[in-house]
Design a protein around this ligand. Structure first.
Ligand SMILES: NC(=O)c1ccc[n+]([C@@H]2O[C@H](COP(=O)([O-])OP(=O)(O)OC[C@H]3O[C@@H](n4cnc5c(N)ncnc54)[C@H](OP(=O)(O)O)[C@@H]3O)[C@@H](O)[C@H]2O)c1
Length: 283
């Protein structure tokens, strides 16, 4: 049995869908069963629980061999993910798959990738079989800018002239499903990118082409953007996200990988396709 955490979220949801489409049995630990209708309809077994509640995690882990560790960024992410790994080992899980990020490296300079790296190291030292899934920036992040794209024909982000190798969450889910259900992925780290290296000006060009009307990228001042983030996120989270964005703005150009083709046997989804598939929310 495979246990998924984060299955009501973006990449966890796509992982669940991809497993269900392959006819693989899987269980999801969810906080709110009202959000699990689509998962249940797809044949995923639902266990209600919370990763902050060890007893509920133990119940969900009964009979589980493979675990997807996927939590959102928070000040407690590292502690909670380590606890999940400990509980998994106690209950006899064989293989832990961790949703990390491509920026998570030994000398990461900001809290989110540093936290992912710390959990990766903890898992590698755990004695359990492991696989790290390390995606680049999610295309789905642009859904947060949909209102601005729709109403103002622009989106503002503090990425300067930085470049990403952004990936669609559907591809990340398909790759993660293969890691969980396939063979031979133990001891591997998989960097997942889309098919193109793009600056955010080039992202705006893709929106313009697909939507058939001008969309502009407005490079935001990092300090001003941090204040905007603080209106919706707590101090730690706003500062951590802002640090990550600064790394993209200042960072070296990431590389493209052929991981998706190797794992799933097809090319990754391009940004233009992502925009076409979500045109209703961007128009
Ligand atoms: N965004 C990016 O560009 C990017 C790039 C690379 C890596 N990543 C990494 O990807 C991860 C986030 O993935 P995502 O965007 O797919 O996640 P997401 O959409 O934010 O979903 C988070 C999931 O975690 C669940 N969750 C939160 N707290 C929980 C708790 N206490 N107990 C049980 N479940 C809990 C949520 O459940 P509810 O539905 O109940 O809230 C939801 O299912 C992060 O670790 C991030 O660093 C992100």
């Amino acid at each position: 049995m495979i246990l998924l955490t984060g299955a009501t979220g973006k990449t966890g949801g796509e992982t669940a869908k991809a497993l269900a489409a392959r006819g693989v049995k899987a269980r999801a630990l969810v906080r709110d069963p009202a959000k699990a209708g689509a998962l249940q309809a797809a044949g995923i077994e639902i266990v209600v629980g919370d990763v902050t509640d060890a007893a509920s995690v133990r119940r969900a882990l009964a009979g589980v061999e493979r675990l997807l560790v996927l939590l959102p960024n928070s000040q407690r992410q590292v502690e909670l993910e380590k606890q999940l790994v400990d509980l998994a080992r106690e209950s006899g899980v064989r293989h832990v798959v961790k949703m990390s990020s491509m920026e998570a490296v030994a000398d990461a300079r900001t809290p989110i990738p540093q936290g992912h790296w710390a959990v990766e190291e903890y898992i590698r030292a755990s004695g359990l079989a492991w696989t790290m899934v390390k995606p680049n920036f999610f295309m789905q992040n642009f859904l947060a800018s949909a209102k601005s794209i729709r109403e103002n024909g622009s989106f503002a982000l503090p990425m300067g002239n930085g470049t990403t190798a952004m990936a669609d969450a559907r591809d990340i889910g398909a790759a993660t499903a293969e890691v969980l259900a396939g063979r031979g992925h133990e001891g591997r780290s998989y960097e997942i990118t889309g098919p193109e290296l793009l600056t955010f000006h080039q992202v705006a060009e893709r929106f313009t082409e697909v939507l058939g009307r001008p969309v502009r990228y407005i490079p935001a001042d990092p300090a001003a953007y941090l204040e905007i983030l603080k209106r919706v996120l707590n101090e730690w989270h706003a500062t951590a996200v802002s640090g990550l964005f600064r790394e993209i703005a200042d960072g070296v150009t990431p590389h493209l990988t052929d991981t998706l083709r190797r794992l799933v046997g097809r090319e990754p989804i391009a940004l233009a396709q992502f925009i076409r598939d979500h045109a209703a929310v961007f128009r």
